[in-house]
Write a protein that binds this ligand. Structure first.
Ligand code: HEM
Length: 454
């Protein structure tokens, strides 16, 4: 539906008489595209403006639809805890990334989701995580040690390549070589496909490359599956082949392939962005970089064991602050499957709804000096994240809460520890990293830093 622009604010829908509910107000934006371009170009600025204009529950146009945006911790809580079972993650995400990631755990709902989550959880137990860390650590150490220091070192590009290699080995159990490289590219294409602005299958376009990428991944996992079923590897693929709940529930071959493709996607960009953005802030805040380096040196170990993860308390604060400032999953998406309400606003069935942890964790309503890197805000004296249970939701919440949050923390900390021990890095005082929207904000310029060997 084309709407006129500039358009006067109007109600998303009229609340049922006598319900006491308020209408969600908003406007569509420029015809056809709606506000999506402005929103992607400056998500924080856009959200601040919407908050001032309409408050924390409002709607705007995007992808030809009216999309409700939620910007308060209360609204995010209601959405993800979904006490009425009216919010479908499957329908919400299917609209955006379905063709590439259908069958993944986040694209399943309610009882079916709970069934799959019980089995998937077996692959994320403490002992499994220790196994993955053992596989990961030497690769991260080798990867970081192999960087060539110098000016304009594109950190983001190097972290991305290193974690892609790590993922093909630790997740897919692939040997490094041309096969792993092909797999990495296919995976990259599938992820980009889901983020395409032109959402149809034009040959050579991002969307069609994404579909080809998914096809390649499907073929690889289907071909390798019988060997993983009979083997006893510690990689995630092998683990999923043998995962079983106490009640004997396990995955079919098709489930395993779908979960593998989704989990690799969920892990990769998120960890890459967290490492890159933490490095960026540590480059701009040398005092914090030195503090974390001293902490890592005091540990007296070149690599981290599982038990060390909680010992690096400064690194934990900096990690939390990085997730607050640059939420690697910037938005949580759902669609209502019945008429419902959020924070007293009426939301009809079939409404695509996006809550924005990224923008919300930068809102002055909930955080002091929200654009300043200040890890101590998470310390026990200030505990700004405790103002509301969902003031700091970088891993979401409720049934779909990130299953890989400890895995992600492990990867980020193992990488940062090694970087801090090996290098010192900086950026020019006036440098501000340009960000583009992926799953969350990510560097658009490869993040050039000056990397110095210690
Ligand atoms: C810093 C790193 C990470 C962040 C910030 C992050 C964030 C999130 C968020 C916000 C969600 C919820 C999405 C929603 O409710 O709509 C989620 C779900 C998920 N994440 Fe993560 N994630 C990270 C790392 C990882 C890693 C390393 C893995 C796998 C090893 C992973 C696997 C998943 C999976 C499978 C889901 C879907 C869970 C479900 O639907 O039940 N994530 N993540």
């Amino acid at each position: 539906m084309l709407e006129r622009y500039p358009s006067a604010p109007r109600a998303l829908a009229t609340p049922p008489p006598g319900s006491g509910l308020k209408p969600v107000m908003g406007d569509f934006g420029p015809p056809g595209i709606g506000h999506i371009v402005g929103q992607l170009a400056d998500p924080i600025g856009f959200s601040r403006k919407r908050m001032r204009q309409f408050g924390p529950v409002q709607w705007s146009g995007g992808f030809g639809r009216r999309i409700v945006g939620l910007l308060s911790p209360e609204a995010v809580e209601e959405l993800v805890l979904d006490r009425q079972h009216v919010w479908s993650a499957e329908q919400g995400y299917d609209f955006l990334i379905g063709p590439f990631f259908r069958g993944g755990i986040l694209l399943r709902d309610f009882d079916e989701h709970a069934f799959h989550r019980r089995i998937l959880q077996q692959a994320f137990t403490r002992s499994r995580l220790i196994g993955y860390l053992d596989l990961t650590t030497p690769r991260i150490a080798r990867g970081v040690d192999g960087w060539r220091p110098g000016p304009r070192f594109p950190l983001y590009d190097h972290v991305k390549a290193m974690l892609l290699e790590q993922a093909t080995v630790v997740f897919a159990g692939a040997e490094l070589g041309p096969e792993a490289t092909r797999l990495g590219h296919a995976f990259e294409d599938a992820v980009r496909g889901g983020q395409a602005m032109m959402r149809f299958n034009v040959p050579g376009g991002t969307w069609s490359r994404g579909l080809r990428g998914r096809q390649l991944l499907l073929e690889y996992f289907r071909r390798e599956l019988p060997a993983r079923r009979t083997g006893d590897g510690d990689d995630l693929f092998s683990v999923l082949c043998h995962a079983e709940t106490e009640d004997g529930e396990s995955f079919s071959d098709t489930d395993i392939v779908d979960h593998m493709i989704f989990v690799m996607m969920a892990a990769h960009d998120t960890s890459t962005n967290a490492i890159s953005m933490m490095s960026y802030e540590l480059a701009r805040n040398p005092w914090w970089q030195e503090r974390l380096r001293a902490e890592s040196q005091a540990l007296g170990k070149p690599t981290l064991d599982y038990a060390d993860l909680d010992r690096l308390t400064g690194l934990e604060l900096a990690f939390k602050e990085t997730l607050r400032m640059y939420a690697p999953v910037g938005q949580l998406v759902r669609e209502s499957i019945a008429d419902t309400e959020i924070s007293g606003y009426y939301i009809p069935k079939g409404t695509l709804t996006i809550s924005g942890p990224y923008a919300m964790m930068r809102a002055a309503e909930y955080w002091k000096n929200p654009d300043v890197f200040d890890p101590e805000r998470f310390g026990p004296e200030r505990a700004e994240d405790k103002s509301h249970r969902f003031a700091w939701p970088p891993f979401g919440g409720g049934a779909h809460k990130c299953i890989g949050r400890y895995f992600g923390g492990m990867t980020v900390k193992a990488t940062m520890h090694r970087m801090l021990l090996n290098y010192r890095w900086s950026v020019p005082r006036d440098y501000r990293v340009p960000l583009v929207a992926g799953t969350g904000p990510q560097p658009a310029d490869g993040l050039p830093i000056t990397l110095e060997k210690l």
